[in-house]
Design a protein around this ligand. Structure first.
Ligand SMILES: CC(C)(COP(=O)(O)OP(=O)(O)OC[C@H]1O[C@@H](n2cnc3c(N)ncnc32)[C@H](O)[C@@H]1OP(=O)(O)O)[C@@H](O)C(=O)NCCC(=O)NCCS
Length: 148
């Protein structure tokens, strides 16, 4: 695999918004088109496409907002979507490590992520990627933190 994070540009936008879930589909994560709309109105958002060579395999969006009133939203992963056919081969873990690297570059010491509780959610994935539960819940979601 030749995984990399790249900027979203007019050339790859169509492939970015084609990632699952489709708008209207039931899912634990928002459609990429919605995340990109949020990024448009949130200057601290950091959206990136995950590619494997010339294949688009996922989307990750971090947020770097040290002044946010919620500690859990100051630095960390906001969205992560891996293409169905690319799951289970390290793409999600790669994206997490890229966000960790970016946090270190910014001098940030810990990152957070929120996930929906339940067996069909991504909890096990985030625990395997080094996050621990803080014990806090925010807007009905579990808060996880990882020291970087
Ligand atoms: C959750 C998600 C991001 C995982 O991405 P992925 O590329 O399949 O994960 P990886 O292959 O990098 O897996 C890393 C580890 O987590 C484990 N893992 C991944 N998904 C898991 C799941 N649903 N349940 C249990 N373990 C899981 C893998 O087995 C692997 O473990 P290992 O290190 O022991 O081999 C992906 O399934 C996804 O996009 N899901 C839908 C959207 C979503 O829930 N996003 C997160 C919202 S905050």
């Amino acid at each position: 695999m030749a995984l990399a994070l790249i900027d979203i540009t007019p050339d790859n936008l169509d492939r970015a918004v084609a990632l699952p879930p489709a708008p209207g589909e039931r899912s634990t994560v928002a459609p990429v088109v919605y995340s990109l709309a949020e990024a448009y109105v949130t200057p601290t958002a950091w959206p990136r496409l995950i590619v494997d060579g010339d294949q688009v395999v996922g989307f990750v969006m971090a947020n770097w907002d040290p002044d946010n009133e919620y500690e859990a939203f100051r630095a960390g992963i906001w969205r992560l979507n891996v293409a169905d056919e690319a799951r289970g081969r390290g793409v999600g873990r790669f994206a997490v490590e890229q966000v960790v690297d970016e946090a270190r570059r910014r001098g940030v010491g810990r990152i957070t992520v929120l996930w929906e509780p339940g067996d069909d959610g991504p909890e096990e994935f985030y625990l395997k990627c080094g996050f621990v539960r803080t014990g806090e819940e925010l807007f009905g979601e579990v808060v996880g933190v990882r020291e970087v």
